[in-house]
Design a protein around this ligand. Structure first.
Ligand code: FES
Length: 103
């Protein structure tokens, strides 16, 4: 595992979703109540990019079939999503958002 720079903090505004690629992983970043979270950007149900969905509080809604996940844990919250998505440790270092991924 290694900490990798994923984005500038300014690129992750409160309440928005940002797609990034870190070490070959598609990751969705978001900031909720001042904290930055990183989860897989690919839905666990079928193929869809969660960064193209919506974020309300800690809940991300898939644009394809409306499955929902908690951005803090990747836990599925609503059908048809039943499998969790990966969630990644995040650290903010100055202006940078770092995500811990397999290297
Ligand atoms: S692809 Fe995301 S809920 Fe179906």
């Amino acid at each position: 595992l290694a900490w990798q720079r994923a984005a500038k903090l300014a690129e992750v505004p409160e309440g928005a979703l940002k797609a990034v690629e870190v070490a070959g992983e598609d990751i969705a970043l978001c900031r909720v109540a001042g904290e930055v979270y990183a989860v897989s950007n690919v839905c666990s149900h079928a193929f869809a990019l969660l960064s193209e969905g919506t974020l309300e509080g800690f809940t991300i809604t898939c644009p394809r079939h409306g499955g929902q996940f908690d951005v803090r844990t990747g836990r599925p919250l609503r059908l048809p999503a039943i499998a969790p998505i990966a969630s990644y440790p995040v650290q903010v270092a100055g202006e940078d958002v770092l995500v811990e991924v397999e290297d």
